[in-house]
Design a protein around this ligand. Sequence first.
Ligand code: NAP
Length: 541
Amino acid sequence: MAQKRPPATVDALIVGAGFAGLYMLHCLQARGFSAHVIELADDVGGVWHWNRYPGARCDVPSLEYSYSFSDDLEQEWQWTEHYAGQAEILSYLRHVASRFDLRKDISFSTTVLAATFDESVQRWTVTTDRGDTISAQHCVMATGSLSATRLPDLPGIADFAGEIYHTGAWPHHDVAFSGKRVGIIGTGSSGVQAIPMVARAAGNLTVFQRTPNFVVPAHNGPIAADRRKDWQQNFRDYRARAKQVGTLYEFSATPAFAVSDDVRTSEYRRRWDKGGVNFMHAFSDLMTDRKANETAAAFVRDRIGEIVHDPLVAEQLCPRDYPIGTKRICVGSQYYETYNRDNVTLVNLRETPVTQISVDAISTGAATYPIDVLICATGYDALTGALARIDITGCEGERLADKWAAGPRNYLGLMSAGFPNLFIVTGPGSPSVLVNMVVGIEHHVEWIANCLTDLRDRAAASIVPLPQDEDGWVRHVNDEADKTLFPLANSWYLGANIPGKPRVFLPFVGGIGRYRAICDEAAQSGYAGFAIAPQKPRKDA
Ligand code: NAP
């Protein structure tokens, strides 16, 4: 099918047609801007287009992991499950694209190669792999926080001759597991979701685990009729509250040691039985006090010991060297139970690392495991990876990759000094992956759309953050992280999963409510912390 080509000139060029890019396009069109989206995939959806692995679903409740900007959309779309599966979320995004007539302004199957700022005209020149050159006043990177997939650099992996898949780039055809020997590397959120499903379908499954994760049960199911009715009647209140807190968990104001051991354990039990990330909000200090955190970690380890029959396997599954929640907590369905199956083997790579991958097997120091299908649930170059794949050059020829070589630097997570009119949605320095992504996306997109409108009203050519305000924000993001337990884990939040990536805590931990207030204040003050350049008078004026 012939692909729509982008126009030569637009007010705003948007990269990515996931939750962020679609809403950005809708907002800008509604305000009368010309805008166009470039998307690598052949359809909308972003991560939900690519993450089709067995068991893929979102562990934020579907009623909340959805747009809030349209009351009509809110009322007409009926989510079926408490935690929606990938196919349902993708259907939703396709529906949004059709309902708001967005596809006509999206070029699919197109990769943005470079974006270069031309100071003489205060515009971006964007080039693609299809030979397009687009001149845009503004450029919005809606490229996703967890979209740049990463295969493990294990010895011999390139020699493997069987089927090999990354969970974040899953094929669109059915993958048959029946009777096959399947290996899976990685036990983060994606691996935890895939493992039980693959174990049921495969001849046998070998799980290669480097670091065990804390997994709380999902207890997923259909949305109860009374819950749906309550949401439809009160969605405005719920959405307003979500703008302040992200996801509507039961947040506690009580520290863990303010209650007796019995009360604490029964609160963990209640939340465990209810399911989901809500578990991590049982007490107010779980992410700031190591001892408080350990009470929650010990509760989960006890559950692992109860569920997993083989005590040696149970022990291998118990995380012991980082606080619970400092690596993204996983939400699973029958995850630990899966290790009781006869066709599932757990290999602890800490004890016996992979020594070689051959054409048809993975060897550790202790054994060789024949493999027909290898699944890499090995994660992403988070928050900065997708941006790094585009050659972005700002003022005075400075490349963003060079500027960020020692860690990302930006103001409010939204813009980087020296790169005027370049906006980032849910990138580093914003709450992004620490809150409900859709809430963060809607905030950023609306802030950016308001900013572009203000610039148009002032007849301004460009906006760019001031270096000293950017330095202050980078310090603030780090200071906030240092008040928590987050830096104690080797997590992708810190870039620790990518060899050579600078160790910088990437997201802003201060919460979406505070962040929203800071961004609002910046806009209402007439963009304090930013420099705004007027349009140059036309020669013929
Ligand atoms: P991840 O959390 O980064 O997990 C990657 C896994 O692969 C880890 O267990 C890691 O071990 C392992 N690994 C990486 N390189 C390895 C190597 N060379 N050898 C052995 N093991 C290796 O990635 P993910 O599971 O795709 O999840 C990423 C994020 O996406 C999640 O944290 C979450 O925010 C999001 N996500 C969300 C959902 C949802 O339900 N909302 C679902 C899926 C993903 P180490 O821990 O030792 O590095």
